[in-house]
Write a protein that binds this ligand. Sequence first.
Ligand code: SF4
Length: 390
Amino acid sequence: MQMKYVTTICPYCGTGCALNLVIRDGKTIGVAPSHRSPVCSGKLCSRGLHAADAFDEARIEQPFVKGEPSDWETALGKAAELKKYAADEIIVITSARLTNENQYLVKKFAQAAGTSIGVVNGGTGVPTVKLDELKDADVILALGNVMQALPLTGNRIIQAKENGARLLYIGPQSYTAIQADTVEITDEYTELPPGFSALIKNAAHPVVVYLANDSAAAKIAETLNIKTAVLYDTNNGRGANLMGIEPLTLSESVKAAVIVAETPVMEQDIYADILQKLDILELTVVAASAETSLADVADIILPIAAQNEIEGTATNWEGRLQMVKPAVASPDGVKTLDAVLADLAGKMGITIPSGTPEELFTALGAEIPAFANITYAQIAKPEGVFLPEA
Ligand code: SF4
């Protein structure tokens, strides 16, 4: 029996906790917290603790064409029929959970094909405070379900409260985890209760916290002119945003889509809102590691490696770059996303960059200013490294 621990990043929220995958005889059998990472300091929430199950659940292990098992040559040949469409009739839909390097490749694929690109469950906004600074705030205004979406970021808010901070909260009434000092709770927050405004105005270190995909909260935060924690609730939503990939808009003119789906299996179906629109497209190509509701609308499914099978980097909400490490081999019949995109690009007569994850990181750093002047060696440290502009 062979056992090993592989330290990587939690595949779920944008807090970016490090975790140790426990590997026995080439299989992920569990998760242990990492005490070396300052992000989580040996703690994980229940989602992180169960990440091992999520990696293996509902894996897709061979290509499918129109719901029938197929082979790579046939499936990629069918997928390459994308080239029949004008560039503005195709959309590339990416995931906010890809590594930076894979996100870069998806973006380059869209650029080479001349198509638009959008990310599902990403977000926008630039935080002006770091995770650890939250505990030094004296007033924290939380807009929306931030504690539930990013539990260990929420821990810092609890720490602030234990240090004497006032916690103000506005959000759905069903959310009652922390409501100390709450003056008023409302389902639709469009403006602050007067008591909140006075507390924020008189605070020495006030911080507003909201989710990066919550545009109503962003509007309130903007008017406050105080430090802001914009929380991306997917593990690389910030990376997608820094790469200039906007949240998805699906126009009526779109006839075909290439979708790189979330990995691992999620607890909520983030594609539910767009399934109807995808269902009427003429050609939908899905690259995914696990089965999701997209299987119901996909014409072609291409199985890709899961996050615990690849190397790369991820950017947490505060702009900290950390390493994603491969812990196990992919099942037979599964390819890495870079190989799938390269094959598909080749069949469509376009080219995209290739290389090791480190070479791709260097390429994206040369092209995207936010990632410039960072080395892999810096990212590989237990604490990772902050992007200079983050
Ligand atoms: S807080 Fe987020 S990153 Fe940390 S273990 Fe939970 S889901 Fe994973």
